[in-house]
Design a protein around this ligand. Structure first.
Ligand code: ATP
Ligand code: MG
Ligand code: MG
Length: 352
């Protein structure tokens, strides 16, 4: 099996490494911003857990390796303007948008909708690099050339699809996951709720079309808004994704193992998902050993320093059925920080 080198050494690389351990598959996360010569082998396979890095010595070496995967997809996705254009070209429904250029910004913004969200083309995550604008507001001059503007969507909820494709073009998907974002940051996900068959089918067809078009190998995630029961794509992530973390214990094949299977050309089969799961992000919060008393609770701690709002870990709560999951959620809710109790109210409401 090839060694898998991961550009980026955050928690996603760490979790890829954990998933590789049972197979003794070697996963080596590296810092793509470092100015050091990496000891890469000709048969290494290079993947990413972040989308942006500098033209440092390591960064260039990774990009120029013959087995650097998904260069085309990364090019298309890391710039929101190109990503939106890709969705339009493949006739994947997405919110109306324009690219903001020099000139009358208010007129450009108004041409999209009365209420818009301005997003920096590159580098944004967890809702950073975004501004809300509505008619009458003063636009910022620096948005021109740097940002797109898209219509504010009055969604009923948000879902995401995580899927994978291998070199032979085979594709597999998890069930749609329901997500709650607050201030642009994912607070929690609920997986394996009953979903209208049409939504699952649409999402799989679109993500499949995108991965085929880009000749993509590995896991890709697609975030969607649900509006009047129909899906509208928000954005793509060309990597394993926070909304897929529940698969670590909620499926016999986690998204991390699925990504590695696709990259190492191991059999790609539809991941079995039997029970129901909730994923709860630890945002600037420590965990407590007593949580592990609750059936179905699995703590994933990233080993980072705790800072306000920073993603430092997550908790998966996985049970065989909805009633048991609600029991576990209520038990855990009694033990978490006061400010996080609302996460459990939301999760339980989705299950009822
Ligand atoms: P991520 O960490 O997922 O990469 P991001 O910084 O790329 O986040 P987006 O996914 O574009 O940001 O937006 C973050 C959240 O803001 C969305 O999940 C959604 O809740 C809200 N949002 C973004 N775009 C829109 C929109 N057009 N209409 C309504 N809400 C939106
Ligand atoms: Mg994003
Ligand atoms: Mg997002």
């Amino acid at each position: 099996l090839p060694r898998i080198v991961v550009a980026g050494n955050g928690q996603l690389g760490q979790m890829l490494q954990q998933a590789a351990a049972p197979l003794q598959l070697e996963v080596m996360p590296v810092d793509p911003n470092a100015d050091v010569q990496l000891d890469l082998r000709a048969d290494d396979v290079i993947t990413v857990e972040i989308e942006h890095w500098s033209d440092s010595v390591s960064g260039l070496q990774l990009k120029q390796h013959p087995n650097f995967r998904n260069a085309e997809a990364l090019y298309a996705v890391i710039d929101r303007q190109r990503q939106k254009a890709l969705l339009d070209r493949l006739q994947v429904p997405t919110s109306p948008w324009v690219s903001l250029e020099d000139g009358d910004l208010s007129a450009q913004l108004e041409s999209v909708a009365d209420k818009v969200i301005v997003k920096r083309r590159r580098g944004g995550y967890d809702g950073r690099g975004q501004w809300r604008w509505q008619q009458g507001d003063q636009p910022e001059a620096e948005w021109a050339g740097e940002c797109i503007a898209e219509a504010m969507i009055p969604f009923s909820h948000e879902v995401s699809l995580v899927g994978a494709r291998n070199a032979a073009g085979e594709k597999v998907f998890y069930p749609l996951t329901r997500n709650w974002h607050e201030n642009g940051i994912l607070r929690a996900s609920v997986a394996n709720l009953p979903v209208p068959a049409e939504q699952q089918a649409d999402a799989e067809a679109w993500l499949g079309r995108i991965m085929d078009d880009e000749d993509y190998i590995g896991v890709m995630a697609m975030e969607c808004f649900v509006v009047d029961g129909k899906l509208l794509v928000n954005e793509l992530a060309p990597r394993v994704h926070n909304s897929g973390h529940w698969t670590q214990e909620g499926s016999a094949i986690s998204q991390f193992q699925l990504h590695l299977r696709a990259l190492a050309d191991l059999p790609l089969i539809t991941p079995p998902v039997d029970g129901v799961s909730v994923m709860y992000n630890l945002l600037g919060r420590d965990w407590k050993p007593e949580w592990l008393q609750v059936p179905g609770v699995h703590v994933h701690w990233y080993g980072k320093e705790i800072r306000p709002g920073r993603k430092v870990g997550h908790v998966n709560i996985c049970r065989a059925d909805v009633a048991s999951l609600i029991d576990s959620l209520q038990a855990l809710q009694a033990m978490v920080d006061e400010a996080d109790k609302v996460v459990f109210d939301w999760s339980i409401a989705q299950l009822q």
